[in-house]
Design a protein around this ligand. Structure first.
Ligand code: 4NP
Length: 152
């Protein structure tokens, strides 16, 4: 199972989600892999934002090794499940999908966790430090549900 997490810049939300999911996968001993990407190219090659690194580090998760890359059409072939952080990301991913069947692999990550009460992970980039902790909590809930749903 290969899971891709997608946001806009690939320096805040999706690397946090990748770090959380990868930690859960490792702890549960699942033979799965993860990656993350951004629909935009502004931050390609950069490490996650310091605030995203801090918020995950507070929970013992190190994401300093991750580097931003841009989402590409071939990700629809390479990955089994593609999880977008918000509706705009999802729309931009689907626009690149080679066909409707492959497009159906893309979903909103929070649709796995309706108890969070919103379908979109808010972009914390322009906000305050605590926004990253709120994003962490949403993604932590969503990632454990993703694992349950994907295992079937
Ligand atoms: P992300 O946050 O999509 O969660 O990585 C953003 C990072 C950078 C920008 C926007 C969102 N930006 O406009 O540079």
């Amino acid at each position: 199972m290969k899971i891709l997490l997608v946001c806009l810049g690939n320096i805040c939300r999706s690397p946090m989600a990748e770090g959380i999911l990868r930690d859960m996968i490792r702890k549960q001993g699942l033979p799965w892999s993860t990656d993350s990407a951004g629909t935009g190219d502004y931050h390609v090659g950069e490490a996650p934002d310091n605030r995203a690194q801090r918020a995950t580090k507070d929970h013992g998760i190190d994401i300093s090794d991750l580097r931003a890359r841009q989402f590409r059409a071939s990700d629809f072939e390479e990955f089994d499940v593609l999880l977008a952080m918000d509706e705009s990301n999802l729309k931009n991913m689907i626009r690149l999908a080679p066909n409707a069947n492959l497009a159906s692999k893309a979903q909103l990550i929070l649709d796995h966790a309706p108890e969070v009460g919103t379908r979109e992970v808010p972009d914390p980039w322009f906000g305050e430090e605590r926004g990253f902790d709120e994003v962490y909590d949403m993604l932590d809930r969503a990632c454990s549900k993703v694992i349950t749903h994907v295992r079937g």
